[in-house]
Design a protein around this ligand. Sequence first.
Ligand SMILES: [Zn+2]
Ligand SMILES: [Zn+2]
Length: 192
Amino acid sequence: MKRLSWDQYFMAQSHLLASRSTCTRLIVGATIVRDKRIIAGGYNGSISGGVHCNDEGCYMIDGHCARTIHAEMNAILQCAKFGESTDGAEIYVTHFPCVQCCKAIIQAGIQSVYYANDYKNHPYAVELFQMANVKVKKVPFEDVFELKEDSLSGKQIAYIKELFTRLEENGTGKEELQELHDQAERLFKRGS
Ligand SMILES: [Zn+2]
Ligand SMILES: [Zn+2]
């Protein structure tokens, strides 16, 4: 079985957090990492105890949802709340950070930003990251699931076996069966 890289592992964590988002305008997750250790995580949501956008609708001001605290900001604020230093840390985000989050990331001393999806990539945010010497690298979402494509689940294997049994029952010739079998083996061979 293929071993998940750290980048893919932390990015997977951010995608998992994104699924907790309550503002349906954008499903975002962020994970802050220091020395290969997750120190905080956040997703797009309201203040603790506040109403959720997915229940009440967004609170729109000037084309933005005013209720939502962005995932990156939530992760940084979690560090402030619990006294974890973000100096020299890394952040894994599902989407390229907005200008506000970009500034917060820089001021928190975070040195690397890994993002999975391009999202409006504001030129000013790009410029600020460059100016502050923050490393920015795209780690696409697909990479995270490479592992899943390579290793079949028990159910998938059972399904393929069932298909072969039925083919045999329906009178498919031995040669043809063997051919199909070889083809399946090539297609679904586990990654070494
Ligand atoms: Zn909202
Ligand atoms: Zn933001």
